[in-house]
Design a protein around this ligand. Sequence first.
Ligand code: ABN
Length: 172
Amino acid sequence: MKWFDDFFEKKSRQVAQSASRRSTLARIGSVMVGTAFMLPVLPFDRIGSNAHAATKPSQDDTSCDYWRYCALDGFLCTCCGGSISSCPPGTEVSKVTWVGTCRNPADGRDYLISYNDCCGATMCGQCFCNKNERERPGYRLGTHNDINWCMANNSNTYHCTVAAIVGIGDKG
Ligand code: ABN
């Protein structure tokens, strides 16, 4: 087996002479960095539920995909005995609210939507929806939707959320 040892000794010496440890590490490093940059651009299937919703807007106001709910965080009152703009019996509409802007796919126009909470009954628990278009973090209170807007009512108990149209954007 001496020839075997000699052969590998010779090869090892050749590699050691032609490639320093530093250049080998540099080469491995560049391969790793290259991989990290390339992986995000590799093609993958982007067709998900949102893409599907974009092509076929929901007409169903008990579905979280309905266009008016684009910035709603809460339980849909349409699943809780109310309607899209009125609270269920036994609850009262919040005195303060947060307002978002959603585009209606039917006419392509932007609408100002008031997301009032309905207060005075325990959490509805049906049709939870959490959409956050143009929503901002909590330190900007007026643009944050993860808040109990029953805070100014006699009862602070949150039940569900309505989505009433309160304004319409210019044709554009
Ligand atoms: N605006 C809905 C809600 C209620 C309670 C807590 C978080 C969000």
